[in-house]
Design a protein around this ligand. Structure first.
Ligand SMILES: Cc1cc2nc3c(=O)[nH]c(=O)nc-3n(C[C@H](O)[C@H](O)[C@H](O)COP(=O)(O)OP(=O)(O)OC[C@H]3O[C@@H](n4cnc5c(N)ncnc54)[C@H](O)[C@@H]3O)c2cc1C
Length: 299
């Protein structure tokens, strides 16, 4: 497909054998055979249809802030949607393309004096990734503000899914169960007072910066919260804070984060994840399930 995929889309930037460590928030990860950067729904649709027609594995990535790409990389065609990033605010809603930064979307809502999305002010994902994950923070989550999303099926058909269709749960939406690609999301918000919205966003961002190691590459909270426990406390109580494997370290500031402090590889991350799971299970009998999505092949 070498010549084909590049020649078929002269207007779309497509890179061959591109290291995904340039794009992941952990700064780790192996190469994608091909990585394309569509700028519109139409370009995304054409690429999906191409992959379908040629039976190529297809991977869709947003801002890669909740992702570990293994060191062997990803075969087939990978789409990074961050250039498809239009945001439109009206009187009671914001419609954003999937690649728009969630942070930019919260700013657009604030600018339009719309309240409801403040909780997401510091979540560093894209809108598509946030819907996929039902991202949430400080008592809010996507399920409470999403009215509907449009997706492209693997056959390139556009489909609208309502909030109910998405069957949101803790860090879960039905997008995880199918091969659909989110292309837009509509947020249902309420008219509010801009200074109050801005003040709440500022407050949450200050809180976030005081608790999270934002100065280091990471993928946010690596593990889900097990029922009845706090992940950070379990990892802290297991004595794992500061533990280092290769260049990956359990953050001393926030035990739920694994930071890349010294040229870590994805393998360092995977080894650390397994080590933390093993130690926490041995000490407390609790299995920590990963929240971070792990994709690609071993080196
Ligand atoms: C410092 C830091 C703080 C964080 N804080 C929070 C927090 O407070 N709350 C929280 O919930 N998360 C948090 N996260 C995690 C992350 O930002 C969210 O999960 C975010 O929603 C992921 O979006 P993304 O675009 O980066 O997704 P990616 O990491 O690119 O992808 C995640 C998954 O979504 C899929 N995906 C992405 N886009 C699409 C699409 N358009 N269509 C279909 N599938 C898609 C990918 O295939 C992948 O499986 C944090 C991460 C970091 C690094």
């Amino acid at each position: 497909m070498t010549q084909d995929v590049l020649a078929s889309f002269p207007a779309i930037e497509i890179k061959k054998d591109e290291s995904l460590s340039h794009y992941t928030n952990t700064k780790t990860g192996g190469p994608a055979d091909y990585v394309a950067f569509p700028k519109s729904i139409s370009e995304t649709k054409q690429l999906i249809e191409y992959a379908n027609r040629h039976e190529l594995p297809l991977t869709v990535i947003g801002n890669a802030s909740n992702l570990i790409v293994k060191d062997g990389g990803i075969r087939g065609l990978t789409l990074i949607l961050t250039r498809m990033s239009q945001i439109h605010a009206s009187e009671t809603e914001v419609v954003a393309e999937a690649g728009a930064a969630l942070i930019a979307t919260t700013k657009a809502a604030c600018h339009a004096s719309l309240t409801g999305l403040e909780f997401a002010a510091g979540i560093p994902g894209s809108v598509g990734g946030a819907v996929f994950m039902n991202a949430g923070a400080y008592g809010g989550e996507m399920s409470e503000v999403i009215e509907e999303v449009t997706v492209l099926t693997r056959e390139g058909q556009l489909k609208t899914l309502s909030n109910a269709d998405l069957d949101f749960g803790y860090r879960h939406s039905t997008v995880q169960d199918y091969d659909d690609t989110v292309v837009t999301a509509t947020f249902k918000l309420k008219p509010g007072k801009q200074p109050a919205i801005q003040a709440r966003m500022d407050e949450l961002n200050t809180l976030r910066a005081s608790k999270q190691p934002l100065e280091w590459p990471s993928c946010g909270s690596v593990f889900k919260r097990p029922t009845g426990y706090f992940t950070g406390k379990l990892i802290h109580d297991a004595g794992l804070q500061g533990h280092q494997i290769g260049g990956a370290q359990v953050s001393k500031k926030h035990a739920g984060f694994i930071i890349n402090i010294d040229h870590a590889t994805a393998t360092d991350y995977m080894d650390m994840i397994h080590y933390v799971q093993k130690v926490v299970y041995e000490k407390f009998g609790v299995h920590l399930e990963t929240e971070v999505r792990i994709i690609g092949e071993d080196a």
